[in-house]
Write a protein that binds this ligand. Structure first.
Ligand SMILES: Cc1ncc(COP(=O)(O)OP(=O)(O)O)c(N)n1
Ligand SMILES: Cc1ncsc1CCOP(=O)(O)O
Ligand SMILES: [Mg+2]
Length: 234
């Protein structure tokens, strides 16, 4: 898991007058690897309707589709995973609902090679939460908000780049940074140790297409990773 983790926030899209399908097609054209559907105000059927749009647009690609908050809707939608925060179902319970707890997987050992793992990611905002997530069942650990964000009204205090560095030191799991990430600061976030940058508002740059912005986020992540590898070799 490296690069851009794009979040299709239904409320933000509506406020910006952009359709979910058009937005998703831009992400697909940019080759985005992970796309989350975040619909905080939608009815269950409304969320599933949005999920169907993402399934259609990303059909035939390897992109991972992640449902925010609701493991049941993620499973119904045929998504590849769910993201849960500190106030949502726990990562472990989300795994169990998806039939992916340790014991459930052990019972189906023979199928495991062919079975694609259902991904469960979890939010963290403090060092203690990162420590807990590191030893728990989360497939990736999200940390944030890195910078101030206007998108989440009940966001925790910002952790800054130092928070990303500390999280990096505390977990070897894939680390996703979120909150106020833009093209201008994405490099610093990946430099601080994030594997992926999760972005909502930063995908909208006046005068530019979502595709070109998403592509540039991916390019920044690849460049920083390449620089890190070279630094390690020489
Ligand atoms: C990749 C990623 N990281 C963090 C969050 C935030 O999750 P949560 O804290 O549950 O807040 P809501 O998004 O549900 O308001 C996320 N959605 N995705
Ligand atoms: C969902 C969420 N969780 C922590 S910050 C945040 C909002 C991220 O949105 P933006 O990229 O617009 O700051
Ligand atoms: Mg949540």
């Amino acid at each position: 898991m490296k690069g851009l983790y794009a979040i299709a926030d239904v409320g933000v899209l509506a406020r910006r007058g952009m359709g979910l399908r058009v937005f998703a097609e831009g992400l697909k054209a940019a080759g985005v690897g992970v796309v989350q559907l975040r619909d905080k105000d939608g009815s269950p059927e409304g969320v599933l309707a949005g999920a169907r749009v993402l399934r259609e647009v990303f059909a035939g690609t390897d992109s991972l589709l992640v449902m925010n908050d609701r493991v049941d809707l993620g499973l119904l939608a045929g998504f590849g995973g769910v993201h849960v925060g500190q106030g949502d179902l726990s990562v472990e319970d989300a795994k169990a609902v998806a039939g992916q707890s340790e014991s459930q997987r052990a019972q189906r050992k023979d199928e495991e090679d062919t079975e694609r793992k259902w991904v469960v990611g979890g939010s963290t905002h403090t060092e203690d939460e990162v420590r807990v997530a590191d030893v728990g069942a989360a497939d990736y650990v999200a940390v944030g908000p890195v910078f101030a964000t206007g998108t989440k009204a009940d966001a925790s205090p910002v952790v800054g780049l130092e928070g990303v560095r500390r999280a990096r030191a505390l977990t070897g799991k894939p680390l996703v940074a979120i909150g106020g990430i833009t093209l201008a600061n994405a490099r610093s976030v990946v430099d601080a140790g994030a594997d992926m940058v999760a972005v909502i508002t930063g995908l909208f740059v006046p005068g530019r297409t979502v595709e070109s912005v998403a592509w540039e986020f991916g390019k920044i992540c690849v460049e920083v990773e390449r620089e890190k590898t070279q630094t390690r070799i020489f």
